[in-house]
Write a protein that binds this ligand. Structure first.
Ligand code: TXA
Ligand code: MG
Length: 351
């Protein structure tokens, strides 16, 4: 359906399926989500089953109004309302103390709930029509890259869910930014489509950025459970080559080139995820190595948007060894590096 003008008839039908306890995948501005109504415990449990999701990894609650926020969270601090006013609907998820109306199944037993209002007409129409907040993780099999199209959803979950609302490719292509507002200073649990610098501007304070939010090290169980697993991962070996100075891309490109050629010489089918800026530095490489350009370093929006599709294509096209260039951890670069490092299983080289 048209992402801006949802088909009312289909929305009604999908909402009815949700109310009967079914699972519906739907588009958001970040990635596709797999939804169930929060108070239908069996439906929520089924989300974990069909995704193969570890039971201790809580779900984000999607709301269509501030009234629904107040329904699922208690003691909502002024900071939260400020952020909601500035960025909702939008790709920012707030972690708050949960209310009694959120079943433990949704939060995996945690006393906190993660809430966001998606900036997508189809998602908002579905939540409104269903008449209740919708719990929804990304609509992929656990461990796979998040789906940025209905095709990705069906690839992973086709035959196991009641339906998917197809509104084409999602806008951002990476998930929402998650900020925990139950601690002081607020903590970044997952960098995402909303740059953390913008959040800090509105809050008027720095947000704590733990190592695991950068995709380094392991998360504490209670903090951000979903950050502990190898995530977004292709079957192929993925190596991330990071630079200590992104002002000089020649050095980075030289190491990428040497590594790619060495792996190709071992007989492996190799691909390199590169950028417009580095593409010219790989002249001649395309004879033995596939080059996938993610976009420009000057517009990380395009890189983020293409990232999950590129990670999926590594396997779909039968590559055995993939190399990704690193990015500076600013703006969307923080989210991109978090995803790449995790997708690689922390297989990282710094040059
Ligand atoms: O953009 C997004 O956020 C997408 C779309 C569908 O909204 N959703 C998404 O959900 O990415 P999921 O389940 O793939 O990732 C949710 C993350 C997990 O890392 C989970 O651990 C964390 O949010 N989370 C959920 N509830 C939490 C809570 N109560 N406390 C801490 N972390 C929480
Ligand atoms: Mg996910």
């Amino acid at each position: 359906m048209d992402p801006e003008h949802p088909d009312r008839r289909l929305i009604k039908e999908a909402a009815e399926v949700l109310r009967r306890g079914g699972l519906i995948a739907f588009p958001t501005e970040t990635v596709y989500g797999l939804g169930a109504l929060i108070h239908l415990r069996d439906a929520v449990r089924r989300i974990f089953e069909v995704k193969g999701r570890p039971p201790d990894n809580p779900l984000i609650v999607h709301v269509a109004s501030l009234d629904q926020l107040r329904e699922v969270a208690i003691d909502v601090p002024r900071k939260a309302l400020k952020l909601a006013e500035a960025f909702w609907p939008g790709p920012l998820t707030l972690v708050l103390p949960k209310s009694g109306s959120v079943p433990d199944e949704v939060t995996a037993g945690l006393p906190k709930v993660a809430v966001r209002m998606p900036a997508h007409a189809v998602a908002l129409a579905l939540i409104e029509e269903a008449g209740a907040p919708v719990a929804a993780p990304s609509a992929n099999l656990s461990g796979r890259p998040s789906p940025t199209s209905a095709e990705h959803v069906l690839r992973d979950l086709g035959g196991r869910i009641e339906g998917v609302l197809d509104a084409g490719e999602t806008l951002y292509g990476v998930e929402s930014t998650i900020v925990d507002l139950t601690v002081s200073p607020p903590a970044l649990l997952r960098p995402g489509a909303m740059p953390i610098e913008k959040v800090e501007e509105v809050l008027g304070e720095k947000v704590a950025i733990p190592d695991f939010a950068r995709g380094l090290g392991e998360a504490e169980r209670a903090l951000a459970p979903g950050t502990r697993y190898r995530h977004y991962a292709p079957q192929a070996v993925l190596l991330v080559i990071e630079a200590s100075d992104y002002g000089d891309l020649r050095r980075l490109a030289e190491v990428v080139r040497r590594t790619a050629l060495a792996k190709a010489a071992e007989g492996l089918k190799v691909c390199v995820l590169c950028t417009e800026e580095t593409l010219p530095l790989y002249a001649g490489l395309e004879a033995s190595v596939a080059l996938k350009c993610l976009g420009s370093r000057r517009n990380l929006f395009t890189v983020a948007r293409n990232l999950f599709k590129a990670l999926r294509s590594i396997d779909d096209e039968g590559f055995e060894f993939a190399i990704a260039e690193g990015f500076e951890e600013r703006g969307l670069g923080l989210a991109i590096m978090n995803r790449l490092r995790k997708a690689s299983g922390f297989n990282i080289v710094r040059v």
